[in-house]
Design a protein around this ligand. Sequence first.
Ligand code: H2U
Ligand code: ZN
Length: 353
Amino acid sequence: MMDGLADGPHRRYNALTGEWVLVSPHRTRRPWQGQQEKPAVEQRPSYDPACYLCPGNERAGGMTNPDYTEPFVFTNDFAALMPDQTVNGKYQEGLLKAEPSSGTCRVICFSPRHDLTLPEMAPADIRKVIDVWARETADLGRRYKWVQVFENKGAVMGCSNPHPHGQVWAGNFLPNEPAKEDACQRAHHHLHQSPLLMDYAAMELREQERIVEVNEHWIAVVPFWAVWPFETLLMPRRHIHRMPDLRDAERNALSQILKSLLTRYDNLFSCSFPYSMGWHGAPTGVTREADTGHWQLHAHFYPPLLRSASVKKFMVGYEMLAEAQRDLTPEQAASRLREQSSIHFKKQKESVS
Ligand code: H2U
Ligand code: ZN
């Protein structure tokens, strides 16, 4: 890597979005007097009669969940997108512009067990979640231009319920984030005749410094341009457009790397590590097929924690008004994550006592 990037202020370019991030490594030496205490590990029952996601329980809309034993998907009772367009046509009045949007939102319960999270689930059960992600992408992708699979984990990320669950929102438009990635990947592909993220992964495999974990089919890195302290980017090692294209062995390998990556996250501050994560693949919908060669499937993990289970990074001030900034370098963050055990801290305690 270029000299000096570990020491002094510099900006890094996000090749995937075209945005810059300010990195200030010298600031990690400043004194810190905030709290650093170890959090109490929350104990939850495997079934909670008051949880609207547990099997057999009633939800807000008056619907009752079945006694599910596998991942369970239902249409969000408070969906942000609706299948029927109620707004007619495009609207433009000088600077004021609006357009109708239609879509649907679903909730995916990862497990009937109220007390588990993805890193605590068996790889075979994580695999079932992967299959649901792929199936939902294929199903909704037939009708909608963009299918966003994601998970909000932890109260700091606005997650309303600790029962392990994710969501999928599908809409008839290309949202801001994938639109930036589409433009950058397209431009790179046009120039180099190869997918941007394939070239990027090859470079990370050569440099090694930012790799958190690799297996036969996947690579997880703290990207060169990471904004969140312990942000990671997870990519397949084969050129794959979308989740439904993943083969059996690739799905199994994904369940393994998800389990160990998320275990490292939990171990970092001995807590259930909060984050927003989600999958990006080629846009979908009927007209898209010929125009997706530049896309490589990947997942982003954006965790807010910085220094302990209770000290998070705030995206405020300069970040809101100018551009994203970080102190810890992505290389330092990757090394911290690599140092973590891939055995969950809750299991480590069990084996000691
Ligand atoms: P969070 O990941 O943001 O906690 O999402 C939970 C979702 O569950 C949220 O989008 C939905 C909310 O609208 N929900 C239902 O669909 N039915 C309910 O009975 C409660 C919550
Ligand atoms: Zn529950």
